[in-house]
Structure formats: C-alpha cells, structure tokens
Unconditional design. Structure first.
Length: 92
C-alpha cells in the first residue's frame, strides 16, 4: 500500500486546520494551544461534511480541492466544522 501526498492532500490539511481553528473561535472554547490537533481533525472532517451538506442542498460551488485554496473551500470546510463541532458538543 502506497500513500502519496499530493497538492490536494496538503490543501485539505491546510483548509482543515484553518476551518477547525475558525470554528473553535466562533463556537467559543477549545482555543487553547494544546487543542490545535483536535481542532485540525474537526476541521478536516468538517471539510468532508461541508462538501456533503452543500451537495445535499444542491448548492453549487467552484471546484473544491484542486491543489489551490479558495475562499469557497474554506467556507465549505468551516460550515462542516461548525456543524460537526455543534453536534459533538451536544452529544459529548
């Protein structure tokens, strides 16, 4: 099994960390430096969740994860991260 790191993977990680940090700031709490990994993981999962949400709602956006980071990428990931963080805080 070979894992390759390409521009899409790197942009997903960057978008995830940005979205996770932004979601933590918006939702309050979990902004401690020690929480950067948790916020990043939530942001990365949020990027996928945001894409699913936008697809289900038939909201068209520019091509996501083409190796470059766009505002649309960040907004989709932020939406997903906010939803995921909200649900996680209600369940946990």
């Amino acid at each position: 099994m070979t894992i390759t790191i390409d521009a899409n993977m790197i942009s997903l990680l960057l978008i995830g960390f940005v979205a996770g940090t932004a979601a933590a700031s918006i939702m309050g709490g979990h902004r401690a430096p020690s929480m950067w990994l948790q916020n990043g993981v939530i942001g990365i999962l949020g990027a996928f969740l945001g894409k699913i949400i936008f697809d289900l709602l038939n909201i068209t956006i520019p091509e996501i994860l083409t190796g470059t980071i766009t505002v649309a990428d960040i907004l989709v990931a932020l939406t997903g991260a906010l939803v995921l963080m909200f649900v996680a805080r209600r369940v946990l």
